[in-house]
Write a protein that binds this ligand. Structure first.
Ligand code: ADP
Ligand code: VHF
Length: 373
C-alpha cells in the first residue's frame, strides 16, 4: 500500500487537532514490560506531528506495563489484579512518556477518565475544559481509562471507543488508531490469507468483516472494537486512519498507510453527540410508525399519542432510547416525564390530556435521530 492519497487521507494528514490511540501490544514486549524502543519511536512520530498540529495521545498499556514489575506472566483475569497491575503500570507508562517527550522538549499531562466522565454531562464538560486547557498550554495530553477505580459496570473496556469519544469531545479533525496490525483485513489475518482494505467509505459496510474474537492477549480491544470506534468517529464527522504503530511516522505525516475511514456523518454539536452516543440510556419508549416518521424524518417532538409502550425506571431529564415497533433504536432523547407518569398518558392525543400533561414527551431540541438505528 503505497502512494495512496484519498481525500480522507489528505484530511488526516492536514488535521490541525488529531487524536492518536496506541494499543498495549504496540508498547510492550511479549513478556509484559514496556518496550522503550517502540515507545520512543512512537513519541518521535508524535513530536514531529506536534510541530504542525495539536496532538492528544490515548495510550493503552497500563495493565501490560504492570505485569513484569509484579512478576505476572500474563494478563490477569480478575478485576482486582488487573487494577493492581494498572496502578503499577500506569505510573511506569506515564514516567516513560514524560522522559521520552522531554527528548523533544515537550511536556505531557496525564488524563485518566472513567466512563462517567464522558457519560455524565457535567463531567463531559469538565473533561472538555481540562483537555482544551492542556492543549492551549502546549502540553500533550496522555489519556487512558482510570483502570484502578473503574469497576466492571463503568469500564469503557476498550480504549478505541474512549479515543473516538475523546476525538469528538475535543473537536478533533482526525483520529489515528495505531495497532500491531498494519490495516483492516477482510478476515482475521492470524487465521490465514486475508486481504487488506484500503478505504472504507461507510464503516457500517465492514461491520460484518471477521474481526476475530479478541485482541492480542495484552489489551482488550481487538479489531471489532477498532471497527466500532471507527464507525463512531465517522458518524461524528471525524475521519479515521487505522495503521500499525511501527508505521506511526508515515501515518502521521503522509497518512498513506493502513485503512482510511471516511467521515460519513455531519459533525454533531457536543451536546447532541453526547446524547446520541455517550450518555447512558435509562429507559425505552416504543413508538408507532407515525411517530417514527415524525421524529426521524420530520425532526418533530415526540408526543404521548405516538408512544405504545414504556419500559425502564427514569426521571424527567434522563436519556431514553426511542424504538420503532420492531424494537430497533431510531433516536435518543431527554424525556420530560418520570417513568411512573407516562403509562397513563401514552396513546392519548394532546387535547385529551390534562393541561399539566400537554407538553411534549421528548422535545425536538432534546432529540437526536440515529443515522444507523
Ligand atoms: N479483520 C481483521 N483485520 C485486521 N486485524 C484483525 C482482524 N481480525 C482480527 N484481527 C486482529 O486484531 C489484532 C489487533 O487488536 P489488538 O491486539 O486488541 O490491538 P491493540 O492492542 O492495538 O488495541 C491484530 O493483531 C489482528 O491479529
Ligand atoms: N486501559 C487499559 C487498556 C484497555 C485497551 O483498550 O487495550 P488495547 O486493546 O490494547 O487498546 C490499559 O491501559 O491497560
Amino acid at each position: 500500500m503505497t502512494g495512496l492519497r484519498s481525500a480522507t487521507r489528505a484530511a488526516v494528514a492536514a488535521a490541525r487537532l488529531v487524536v492518536v490511540k496506541v494499543g498495549s501490544s504496540s508498547l510492550t514486549t511479549a513478556a509484559g514490560g514496556l518496550d522503550p524502543d517502540r515507545l520512543h519511536a512512537l513519541v518521535d512520530a508524535l513530536a514531529a506531528r506536534r510541530a504542525t498540529s495539536s496532538v492528544v495521545l490515548v495510550s493503552s498499556g497500563a495493565i501490560a506495563a504492570g505485569l513484569a514489575p509484579l512478576g505476572l506472566a500474563r494478563r490477569p483475569r480478575d478485576l482486582a489484579t488487573q487494577q493492581a497491575a494498572a496502578s503499577v503500570g500506569q505510573l511506569a507508562l506515564g514516567h516513560a512518556y514524560v522522559e521520552s517527550f522531554a527528548r523533544h522538549g515537550l511536556r505531557v499531562g496525564q488524563v485518566l477518565l472513567t466512563a462517567d466522565d464522558v457519560v455524565r454531562r457535567a463531567h463531559y464538560r469538565n473533561a472538555q475544559r481540562t483537555l482544551s486547557r492542556l492543549l492551549a498550554l502546549g502540553v500533550v495530553p496522555v489519556v487512558n481509562e482510570n483502570d484502578t477505580v473503574a469497576t466492571d459496570e463503568i469500564r469503557f473496556g476498550d480504549n478505541d471507543r474512549l479515543a473516538a469519544l475523546v476525538a469528538h469531545l475535543i473537536g478533533a479533525e482526525a483520529l489515528v488508531l495505531l495497532s500491531d496490525v498494519d490495516a483492516l483485513y477482510d478476515g482475521d489475518p492470524r487465521l490465514g490469507a486475508a486481504r487488506p482494505i484500503e478505504e472504507v467509505t461507510d464503516a457500517a459496510d465492514v461491520a460484518d468483516v471477521d474481526a476475530g474474537a479478541s485482541g492480542s492477549g495484552l489489551g482488550t480491544g481487538g479489531m471489532a472494537s477498532k471497527l466500532a470506534a471507527a464507525r463512531l468517529a465517522s458518524v461524528a464527522g471525524v475521519p479515521v486512519l487505522l495503521a500499525s504503530a511501527a508505521a506511526a511516522d508515515r501515518a502521521l505525516t503522509s497518512a498513506d498507510v493502513g485503512t482510511a475511514f471516511t467521515a460519513s456523518g455531519r459533525r454533531l454539536t457536543a451536546r447532541r453527540f453526547w446524547l446520541a452516543y455517550a450518555a447512558d440510556s435509562t429507559g425505552i419508549l416504543t413508538l408507532d410508525e407515525g411517530a417514527v416518521a415524525a421524529v426521524v424524518a420530520r425532526r418533530r417532538s415526540l408526543l404521548a399519542a405516538g408512544i405504545t409502550a414504556v419500559s425502564g425506571d427514569f426521571q424527567a431529564g434522563d436519556v431514553v432510547d426511542l424504538t420503532d415497533p420492531s424494537g430497533r433504536v431510531v433516536a435518543r432523547g431527554l424525556v420530560a416525564y418520570d417513568s411512573t407518569e407516562l403509562p397513563d398518558l401514552i396513546g392519548q392525543s394532546t387535547r385529551d390530556l390534562p393541561a399539566e400533561h400537554r407538553r411534549e414527551v421528548v422535545h425536538a431540541d432534546d432529540l437526536v435521530a440515529l443515522a444507523h438505528g
